[in-house]
Every structure is written in C-alpha cells, then in structure tokens.
Design a protein around this ligand. Structure first.
Ligand SMILES: [Zn+2]
Length: 283
C-alpha cells in the first residue's frame, strides 16, 4: 500500500504571505501565538489515527516555542525547516536565502539534537529562475526539498517542469530529492490537490483523486496543512475581505476531512520516502 506524506507548515496566523503586510516582523514578538494551543490538539489527533508526518517549522517560531518543537519530535514526527522569517525565496535573494535556511536549520537541530534534512519554502516560492536555491540547500546540508508545485494557474507560484511525483533534482554539486505537491488531473488539466486552502474550499473528491492518481503511478502524494487552518480563532486584522476568506474559509471542515482522508489513505513522513528513493536510485 502506498504511503503518502503528511506535512504541516508550522507557523503563526501572522506569517502567511497573504497577511504578511499587516504584521511587520518587528511586531511578531508582541502578538499572541496560537500554535501552542493548536499543535497539541493536532498531535493528539494524528496519534489517534496512527499517522506520522513531517513538520516544516518556521525558524523564528521554533526559537520562541522550543518546547513545542520538542513535543512534535518526541511524538515521533520528523522536524524539517520552513526557513527562518517566512520571506519569499526570490525576495531574499541568494545571500538572504542562505542565511535563512542556515539559521532555521541551526535552531531546529539545537532543539531536537537531530539532523534536519528537509526544507519547504514559504508559499512554494522556489519558481523557475531561482534554481540557485537548490544549490544553497545542498550546500547547507539539506537532502530534500518540498517547495515545488507543478501547476500553472497560480499567479505567484508553480514549477510545472518538475513533474507530478517525487524525483531527483540534479545539480552540479549533487542531487536533491524533491517532493512536489500533489495535483489531480481533471479533464486534461492539472489542478492543485495537496492541502491548504484547496483542501478546505474545493471538494474533498479532488484531494482523493490526486492521491489515487499518484497511487496509480506507483508514487506517493503530499498533503500539507497549517496550524491556522486548524484553529477556530480569527485574528482582528484590517485585511481585505477576500484575503480573509482565502486564508480562513472552510476551517470547520479541515478536521473532518482529515479524518476521512486518514481512513482512506496511509501517511508517513517524507524522511521515509527519501530513504526509499535512496534505496532505489542509489546515492
Ligand atoms: Zn508558510
């Protein structure tokens, strides 16, 4: 039976790109953090379903919530990196990106005492033209990436050339395993079917189709979710209504849909998928 990948981007409601403009980094430390409430509920929930996953933790949050990161690791999940400050890769540029992934990895490894192998960029922001990011990840000790979304319809991200399934990205200094987010082919078009807003707002059948199609190809799919999608609390922020809907709509469905998905599919961390790829394809 195919084992898919359950992943969580561990960040606060004030981190998603859609709301970043309303929460300057200088103020983050003064804001109420919700993850210490949501993560224990999530750990209990996935524990009940026997699911282990990969948690891409934002470095800044890890530095402020060390015990929470330890609790995720102690529950048997893999800790990976979501960068340090949730800035888009293109905005950071090569030097800023190196600093971000190095600093985040250092903080996370210091907390858990275990090597951090995986990285996911904020808002899937490794896009065509930013391939230097792969070289920097390899250079900084990462062995896999989960930042690419093989879709064409999103205005700010998408990396169609990677293909739909886990693969190796070959670079001059080595190769990086890549776990692209899952898509479902519907009437000839690849639609995002991997989690987040797509999972909350679009029909559950799309997610199921994406995972089933991956299984048909003998590949593992990827599911991702954020703590703020599992919370019932809405921050008071003066953002446009559309922004708020995209960020928070459908949250009452998230838990029940995950329960359904856990009954229909098996999930494990990406580190296990990586080990399988290494065993198959040599190193
Ligand atoms: Zn994020």
């Amino acid at each position: 039976m195919t084992v898919h990948h359950f992943t969580v981007d561990v960040e606060e409601y004030f981190h998603p790109t859609a709301l970043a403009a309303y929460y300057p980094m200088a103020e983050w430390g003064t804001l109420k953090r919700r993850t210490p409430r949501v993560i224990p509920r999530l750990l209990e929930f996935v524990g009940e379903h026997g699911v282990k996953g990969t948690f891409f933790v934002l470095g800044w949050l890890a530095a402020h919530e060390r015990a929470m990161v330890r609790s995720i690791s102690d529950a048997g999940h893999e800790i990976a990196s979501h960068g340090y400050e949730h800035e888009l890769v293109g905005k950071l540029g090569p030097d800023g990106f190196r600093e971000s992934v190095k600093r985040a990895r250092g903080v996370l490894q210091d907390i858990t005492g275990q090597a951090v192998r995986g990285y996911r960029a904020p808002s899937f922001s490794i896009v065509p033209g930013l391939e230097w990011a792969f070289d920097i990840l390899l250079d900084e000790g990462y062995t896999y990436d989960a930042s690419l979304f093989p879709i064409t319809q999103h205005p700010t991200y998408g990396y169609p050339a990677v293909g739909r399934d886990p693969t190796w990205v070959e670079r001059p200094t080595g190769r990086l395993a890549e776990f692209p987010s899952t898509t479902a082919r519907v009437m000839g078009t690849l639609l995002p079917a991997s989690g987040g807003a797509y999972f909350r707002i679009l029909p559950y059948a799309l997610m199921r189709a994406g995972l089933r199609q991956a299984e048909g190809r003998g590949a593992s799919g990827v599911f991702y979710i954020h703590p703020w999608e599992l919370d019932d609390w809405v921050p008071e922020v003066d953002a446009p209504r559309l922004q708020m809907i995209r960020t928070f709509a459908g949250r009452r469905r998230t838990w029940s849909r995950m329960r359904r998905m856990f009954r229909e599919f098996r999930f494990g961390p990406m580190g296990e998928g990586l080990a399988m790829m290494e065993a198959k394809g040599g190193v």
